[in-house]
Design a protein around this ligand. Structure first.
Ligand code: DP6
Length: 362
């Protein structure tokens, strides 16, 4: 089993003075949820997610060699404009990953980022943002060590992304990614995500329409939320359940059983919110419109037998999940019945994607 020290590099065979890279990395939506963590971004339970395609962060990393300093030297841009409010988060990330990327204080960096989804839409930009940054740093490490294999590149990118935001480690590579030790998943690890490659064709191009119910700032940061699982009265049973649900959903995703998928995914979403409602302090992140949407999805499913279901993040927005072959019917239903429950009638059409992509240079 790999340990964090396996990601500390030996001497680099090459040097590089300056350059730039550009990568996009997507958001992801968990099917079995990560909720609760230990020291050093170690998850309390394993999780699995669909990688998205359209909701992504595009990050350009420029670097130039400087005299090694005691501090990190970096400028931050968001959509081309200076964004100092990102500094504390990036500073913390650099501190956490420095031991694994020992060149960080030998360069000045300009990190220029943009998201394809609307700002403060309630869509987690930390997963896509941290994943995009991690792959950029790995591109620089690969210049310093051109022998690096693709497997190591992706594994270490996921390892680094996790240190920025847990769920970010599931945004590097693969349509479906498992993160966290799970005794029924070979090579699974608390340190990085691994690709689940047995996806049945029923799940190919699976659709995720994200209904923006409440675009306001998060009431509860996910870091605080994870903390509330420490000493939570139901924590141990929840963690056990996540292990069981992960085993089950792997079978479902392999066999293509869309109806069983619906049950498990909705139960996971409601369990996540049940944990929030039963922590101390307790909170409710669903809004009346979240419940309106859920009830309408249930009614539509009962009437049509179309296997459409919902899942939730730590917020009020609803992810509507359904197979690609019922796209037209479900989109019509969303437009006719669900859009009225969205803020400014906003929703985002997304589907399963492949992970981070490098922009090729010309
Ligand atoms: C509810 O990955 O945002 O979306 O590790 O503190 O950055 P940090 O938390 P984060 O938590 C995501 C929680 C979740 C469920 C999930 O994505 O698995």
């Amino acid at each position: 089993m790999l340990s964090p020290s396996d990601f500390i590099p030996k001497n680099y065979p090459k040097t590089v003075e300056n350059g730039s890279f550009q990568w996009s990395a997507p958001s992801n939506i968990a099917l079995v949820k990560y909720w609760g963590k230990k020291e050093n971004q170690i998850p309390a339970n394993p999780s699995i997610s669909f990688t998205l395609k359209n909701c992504k962060t595009i990050t350009n990393l420029s670097f130039s060699k400087i005299e090694k300093t005691d501090n990190f030297s970096f400028d931050l841009l968001f959509e081309g404009k200076s964004k100092e409010s990102f500094r504390p988060k990036i500073q913390k990330f650099l501190e956490r990953v420095e031991v694994y990327l020992p060149f960080l204080k030998e360069y000045h960096f300009t990190i220029d980022t943009q998201n394809t989804f609307p700002h403060s839409s309630g869509i987690a930009s930390s997963a896509s943002g941290m994943a995009a940054l991690a792959v950029n740093f790995m591109s620089l490490e690969k210049e310093l060590n051109p022998e690096m294999t693709e497997g190591y590149f992706n594994q270490k990118a996921s390892f680094l992304a996790r240190l920025g935001s847990g769920s970010a480690c599931r945004s590097i590579k693969g349509e479906v990614v498992i993160w966290g030790n799970h005794n029924q998943t070979e090579n699974s690890s608390d340190l990085f995500g691994i690709e689940f490659s047995e996806l049945h064709h029923n799940f190919k191009n699976y659709q995720d329409t994200i209904l923006l119910v409440d675009k306001g700032e998060k009431q509860v940061s996910s870091t605080l939320g994870h903390d509330l699982m420490n000493g939570h009265p139901f924590a141990e049973r929840r963690f056990e359940q996540a292990h069981k649900n992960l085993s089950q959903i792997k079978t479902i995703l392999t066999n293509g059983d869309v109806n069983e998928f619906v049950k498990l995914v909705e139960s996971e979403a409601l369990t996540l919110h049940a944990m929030m409602m039963t922590s101390m302090p307790y909170f409710i992140l669903m809004k009346p419109n979240t419940l309106e949407i859920i009830n309408k999805i249930w009614k539509f499913r009962e009437q049509t037998s179309i296997p459409v279901c919902f899942t939730l993040d730590a917020g009020a927005n609803v992810h509507v999940l359904y197979p690609a072959n019922v796209r037209e019917e479900v989109l019509q239903f969303i437009k006719n019945e669900l859009v009225v429950h969205c803020q400014n009638e906003q929703y985002i059409c997304d589907e399963i994607g492949v992970g981070a992509i490098e922009f090729t240079k010309f």
